[in-house]
Write a protein that binds this ligand. Structure first.
Ligand code: GCU
Length: 410
């Protein structure tokens, strides 16, 4: 039986469909006490709030206080970026509380030929200076994870890594499509390590507090909070159409994008790229990464309360399709990659399928079938899905689908 002393990494991950435990998919349209939801009003008034509260208290964790006052300072701007097609702005948002300050810098490219541009918003993993070949991008001074692969040492980024992630950001295609792109180094909002003395959490502690309480926010909720503050800034920007912002994220940042979409209904659309466990993938299948594994490897990502489900997914009264449903009826794109079995593509697909019941209530098209599509055969509905060939990554193929879909949906 459940032995929380065991190290979960001692369990081999399962990839065998025949070894998936039997479980019932929690019905998004039946309340925790058994009431059937048949109308939009009931969803909004009764079911959505109870699901939301469950995810907030038991999965990602609650933000202890409202915290959205900041000052914005333009650090740099240019009129001739991305082959002359875009303007660039680098803006620092600063937050003060408890005698501490948090800053993060957003890099924004906007198409020159659009007055008020819709945009994609997404965090990057390795610093703003990695997303484009642009010498003007400021290099973050925040904590960076050392990496032999990328030549990062001393926990600092340097110009040696300029442009190394351009492959993950189809910026020119985004600009050509009339969209802007805003990106932030996620480590400026909360460094991705099991340390709660840094990042945004520490600004909201009560006296003597060292870490969030068990029902309070981990790092994923902190990153989602940062996405919302970027939205606050867009609402004040004359050249950005804040009613058409698509929040995007890959992998752990896809988990954060989904939670941002759920917590902040100002986001017009959401894209989850290979978000996997604790993102789009169903937890109860226990394929690839499991709740126990993720909480062991990344104890700081979720709330303390989520640890109660380590190797105990069957006790969850919800599953991740209900996180997707919290985004309804807004456009949502769930994408997987064939070689990314750790993220359980089938579990991501089925999650989109089961969330579609709620989209249906709003007369929106989701994923009607429970048969996975072929690779590279997108289902570009309001709730969209694709599985492409290749590894855990963000590719031009992914962006091509997202751009076309966003143009149609917004
Ligand atoms: C690890 C982690 C995943 C996460 C991924 C990423 O593989 O187990 O949950 O999505 O990192 O962020 O790339």
């Amino acid at each position: 039986l459940l032995n929380t002393q065991l190290s979960f990494s001692q369990f081999e991950p399962n990839y065998d469909e025949s070894k998936i435990p039997n479980f019932d998919i929690p019905d998004p349209l039946t309340t925790f006490d058994g009431q059937k939801i048949t109308r939009k009003g009931q969803w909004k008034r009764i079911r959505r709030p109870e699901l939301y509260t469950f995810f907030e208290e038991n999965v990602y964790g609650k933000i202890p206080a409202e915290f959205n006052d900041f000052s914005a300072k333009i650090l740099e701007q240019g009129e001739n970026a991305i082959n002359g097609k875009a303007k660039r702005r680098q803006v620092e948002l600063s937050f003060d509380r408890n005698g501490r300050t948090l800053h993060f810098t957003m890099l924004i490219y906007l198409p020159k030929n659009v007055k008020k541009a819709p945009l994609f918003l997404g965090y990057n993993f390795l610093g703003n200076h990695t997303v484009a070949d642009d010498e003007n991008i400021l290099i973050s001074e925040a904590w960076a994870r050392n990496s032999d692969k990328y030549g990062i040492s001393g926990n600092k980024f340097t110009s040696a890594t300029r442009g190394i992630r351009t492959n993950r950001w189809a910026i020119e295609e985004i600009i050509d499509a009339g969209f802007g792109l805003a990106t932030i180094y996620y480590g400026e909002v909360d460094p991705d390590k099991d340390d709660f003395t840094d990042g945004v959490h520490s600004l909201l502690y009560s006296q003597g507090q060292q870490k969030p309480n068990d029902n309070e926010w981990g790092s994923l909720a902190a990153w989602a909070w940062g996405y919302s503050r970027a939205m606050d800034y867009f609402e004040k920007s004359k050249d950005i159409n804040s009613s058409k912002v698509v929040v995007f994220g890959h992998s752990r940042l896809g988990k954060a994008a989904l939670w941002a979409g759920a917590t902040d209904e100002r986001f017009a659309a959401v894209i989850s790229n290979d978000s996997g466990c604790g993102g789009a993938a169903l937890s109860k299948r226990k394929v690839g990464e499991t709740v126990g594994r993720i909480n062991e490897s990344f104890p700081h990502w979720f709330s303390g309360n989520f640890k109660a489900y380590n190797n105990n997914e069957e006790a969850l009264p919800i599953d991740q399709h209900e996180l997707l449903a919290l985004i309804a009826p807004r456009p949502l794109y769930v994408a997987s990659a064939q070689e990314d079995q750790w993220a359980d593509p089938k579990g991501e697909f089925l999650s989109a399928h089961y969330a579609s019941e709620v989209y249906k209530l709003f007369k929106k098209d989701g994923i009607a079938t429970d048969e996975m599509p072929m690779t590279n055969q997108p289902i570009p509905n309001t709730l969209a899905y694709h599985i492409r060939t290749g590894i855990h990554d963000v590719t031009d193929y992914d962006w091509e689908q997202y751009i076309q879909w966003a143009q149609k949906q917004l």
